[in-house]
Design a protein. Sequence first.
Length: 94
Amino acid sequence: MKKVTYGALAFLVFLACVSSNVRFIQIDESYLPSPKSAAAEILVRRGAIDRPHTVIGVIEAELGKNARRVELNALLLSKAREIGADGLMFVDYD
């Protein structure tokens, strides 16, 4: 059975700032980030992913207090593509 790699726990923090801030905190030292194409599908779940996966790190995104989820999701997906993640799980809007 082929092991599917899913990456990135995502935690969003709303702060009263006007600019966005997105960062990736790598947990799996063996993972080598490699960007995905714009057409690549990235799985997004608020809970756990029920298939075999490897957590590669955490993506934190900060956006102004009036931010909408669609804007936050765009930031998350952009960073996930940049690092080559197959999915985001435990997406939390705080």
